[in-house]
Design a protein around this ligand. Structure first.
Ligand code: ARG
Length: 459
């Protein structure tokens, strides 16, 4: 059944119907569509645009539809064009004449803009919860690993010693920014398009402030054309999700490297790994690889919608129907990735001994050895050269700086003394880095306190 049959003399071609319909995917926001309709008719009733009997009949009919869709009693049937037509037709079937008054002072253009906003707003909240849960897991790892020494890298080459807490803290920062982006988007998008009509408002005395308040918006949108033409919030949401996926992907990449036979910094739990059909020895990091791989899908959705929107004249155009499948897919992808990723890192074992010995063998304390000499009056450039020679000697023997005997140190520079070992221990190297943001325990503890407050604040 069509909402717009009156002006037409021919039945719609079946292929046209199939091409045009959106019920197969916009059914996903049936709940938001019904919530929006309840608010709309409540406002119509308050304004005397529909009678209170009709208003009550419509509200209870809509609630019945919602309950039957939730329970699975009511099934979506193909002949309807979209979720809006489906719900309206069903309502009329249930309550008769009164149902025909629901769409007074409304167009599917402001209706779909509202539904999409409500859906995105709800999902922003769901994703925020998942990111928060991930942050809680990261914080737990940090608190347990304030003195787990490991190499920090630049160019994927061992650079200077850090702690696992410090490394994980970098991700804590990234995911915190993701949350703050989600909050910003929510603030900016939180205006209600209901009442914008097709594009030019309506002649009915709607109380837009009232329907906006019923739906917990900060207020109504201020321009009816923009209200139905705006999908910025979808693009911002996809952009925030793309950045979030980029972070998950970088983290996944590191876990894949750390889990490799060469690194062995971590051991993934069996429940979060997969095997090979041919190679019995294999234990593969498929979850991390899939998260890395799915990042492309989410970027793809962002690019697709940016492209769809880029040349649309004002106001509504059917092109905009394309926003849904991609956004829904991106949201489901991000939620799935966040849940799996959190489980994977919570069950993964860190091989602290391997991390520390890797930091030593990688000469991550070479800068500190040079600083030791500087502390005893050697100019830095000379100190750099001396330590370079020591590194070369170690490389020849396949040992770490700490493994050299004092005689070997002294053979290159007599300035070295017994305290060199203490000065270049991983502990000293890290603990001397005490400025805020650095890996030293005291500095890290201060930062962790702020992380805890942050998580409590946004509970
Ligand atoms: N299914 C449509 C969409 O997703 C709903 C709005 C239809 N409006 C219209 N004027 N045909 O965009």
């Amino acid at each position: 059944m069509k909402l717009w049959g009156g002006r037409f003399t021919k039945e719609e071609n079946q292929l046209v119907h199939n091409f045009n319909e959106s019920l197969s995917f916009d059914r996903k926001f049936y709940r938001q569509d019904i919530e929006g309709s309840i608010a709309h008719v409540t406002m119509l009733g308050k304004q005397g645009i529909v009678s209170s009997e009709d208003q009550e009949a419509i509200v209870s009919g809509l609630k019945g539809i919602l309950a039957d869709l939730d329970s699975g009693k009511l099934k979506f049937t193909k002949e309807h064009e979209d979720i809006h037509s489906f719900v309206e037709a069903n309502l009329i079937e249930r309550i008769g004449e009164a149902g025909k008054r629901l769409h007074t002072g409304r167009s599917r253009n402001d209706q779909v803009a509202l539904d999409m906003k409500l859906y995105c707003r709800d999902e922003l909240g769901e994703i925020d919860k998942l990111v928060k849960a991930l942050l809680e897991k990261l914080l737990a790892i940090m608190e347990e690993n304030l003195d787990t020494y490991m190499p920090g890298f630049t160019h994927l080459q061992k650079a200077q010693p850090i702690t696992l807490a410090h490394h994980i803290g970098a991700y804590f920062e990234m995911f915190s920014r993701d949350r703050s982006r989600l909050h910003d988007i929510r603030e900016r998008m939180n205006t209600c398009p209901l009442g914008a009509g097709a594009l030019a408002g309506t002649t009915y005395p709607l109380d837009r402030d009232y329907s906006a308040a019923l739906l917990e918006f900060a207020g109504p949108t201020r321009n009816s054309i923009d209200s139905v033409a705006d999908r910025d919030y979808v693009i911002e949401f996809l952009s925030a999700m793309s950045i979030l996926m980029m972070h998950l992907s970088r983290f996944s990449e590191e876990i894949i490297i750390w889990n490799s036979n060469e690194y062995r910094f971590v051991e993934l739990d069996d429940a979060y790994s997969t095997g090979s059909s041919i190679m019995p020895q294999k234990k593969n990091p498929d979850i991390a690889e899939l998260v890395r791989g799915k990042t492309g899908r989410v970027y793809g959705a962002l690019m697709a919608i940016l492209t769809t929107m880029k040349a649309l004249p004002l106001a509504y155009n059917k092109d905009m129907q394309e926003d849904k499948e991609l956004t829904f897919d991106a949201i489901d992808t991000v939620k799935g990735c966040l849940a799996l990723f959190s489980g994977m890192i919570a069950t993964m074992t860190f091989r602290k001994d391997v991390m520390e010995s890797s930091a030593k063998k990688g000469f991550t304390n070479a800068t500190d050895a040079a600083d030791y000499l500087v502390g005893r009056g050697v100019p830095f450039r000379d100190a750099h050269g001396i330590v370079g020679q020591l590194v070369l000697r170690c490389l020849e023997q396949g040992i770490a700086l700490d493994d050299l005997s004092l005689e070997e140190f002294r053979a290159i520079s007599p300035v070295f003394d017994e305290d060199i070992y203490e000065s270049i221990s991983m502990k000293t190297c890290v603990e001397r880095r005490t400025t805020i943001g650095a890996p030293g325990q005291e500095a890290m503890k201060q930062v962790i306190e702020t992380y805890k407050k942050q998580l409590l604040g946004n509970a």
